[in-house]
Ligand binder design. Structure first.
Ligand code: IDP
Length: 138
């Protein structure tokens, strides 16, 4: 088994709702290691690089504005198969229909057609994780 690292973001909705501890606790209870952590409000340049694959989609600009609206907690997380493991913990993109038991399913919902407010981000592949960890942790 390969030890992987992934980028987890607690998005501004999660930070504002004081769910950071709950989310970090779920990561640790699953058995993953928190290697590094930073809290700051990201600038557009970082978000444009992070969400480059979504540029041009209708939700891109609202997503970037939302992510710039407050502090984000960026977390470097390590563990065996942590990339897919965290995505499983997070649940599917739409928090209204994400499965109960997941972070999004238990703690999130649609606050007025705002699917982007789904509490967390997790890298979706080894390549994305390396790229995103470089962006957020340098
Ligand atoms: P993921 O975060 O579940 O991997 P992606 O498809 O990579 O989902 O989308 C990135 C982020 O963009 C989502 O987490 C969500 O915040 C936002 N997003 C995705 N689809 C929509 C949409 O249809 N409307 C609004 N926001 C969206």
């Amino acid at each position: 088994m390969a030890i992987e690292e992934t980028l987890v973001l607690v998005k501004p909705d999660g930070v504002k709702r004081q769910l950071t501890g709950e989310i970090l606790s779920r990561i640790e209870r699953k058995g993953y290691e928190i290697v590094d952590i930073r809290k700051f409000t990201p600038e557009r340049e970082l978000l444009a690089a992070h969400y480059a694959e979504h540029e041009g989609k209708p939700f891109y600009e609202p997503l970037v504005e939302f992510m710039m609206s407050g502090d984000v907690v960026a977390v470097r997380v390590a563990g065996d198969r942590v990339i897919e493991g965290f995505r499983s913990l997070a649940g599917t993109t739409d928090p209204t229909t994400a499965a109960p038991g997941t972070i999004r399913g238990d703690l999130g919902r649609d606050w007025g057609l705002k699917v982007q407010q789904n509490l967390v981000h997790g890298s979706d592949s080894v390549e994305s994780a390396q790229r995103e960890l470089g962006l957020w942790f340098g």
